[in-house]
Write a protein that binds this ligand. Structure first.
Ligand SMILES: [Ca+2]
Ligand SMILES: [Ca+2]
Length: 158
């Protein structure tokens, strides 16, 4: 909180970053800033991110004798260059555009367990409501589609 750190360790992952999975996150080295005094804004530009993906970023700092800070707050960023594809409902943004139980799991996590919205927001509005809301009516729509023979398919992407 005071002084100047000696070095940063900035990491990226496709999953939420925690102390426990820090070592499996990818270190960002290109353009990594040299620490400025505490409180000074700094930035790094990350390139080469893949479309239809959500990324997480966090940082740790160390002093001159190698005391590392805990993992920082975790920033997240989703890329959806191509937008919604095919029918809605590919909540987990899998590249095959399948709408299946994996999407149901992600939707339940998002609605009830602090999970993240889909990389492509429109994919989450599975029932295609005009307000583009993602809520429990999308959950019931998806359950009907997946488990009831007469359940209609999600509408096409706009
Ligand atoms: Ca999917
Ligand atoms: Ca909806």
């Amino acid at each position: 909180m005071t002084g100047v750190a000696t070095v940063y360790d900035i990491r990226m992952a496709r999953f939420p970053i925690l102390e426990s999975n820090w070592e499996s996150c990818e270190p960002l080295t290109v353009g990594k800033p040299t620490p400025l005094p505490s409180g000074e804004p700094q930035e790094i530009t990350v390139t080469g991110l893949e479309d239809r993906s959500r990324y997480f970023f966090a940082i740790r700092a160390a002093d001159e004798v190698g005391n590392w800070s805990p993992v920082s707050n975790v920033a997240t960023y989703a890329i959806c260059e191509e937008g919604c594809q095919g029918i809605r409902g590919n909540f987990d943004s899998d590249l095959n555009e399948h709408v299946d139980v994996a999407d149901l799991v992600k939707l339940v996590e998002y609605l009830f367990d602090g999970g993240y919205p889909p990389a492509c927001q429109l994919e989450g509005n599975i029932n295609g409501d005009p307000h583009e809301k993602v809520d429990i009516s999308d959950l019931s729509f998806l359950v009907e589609y997946l488990f009831r023979p007469q359940g209609p398919a999600p509408p096409l992407c706009p």
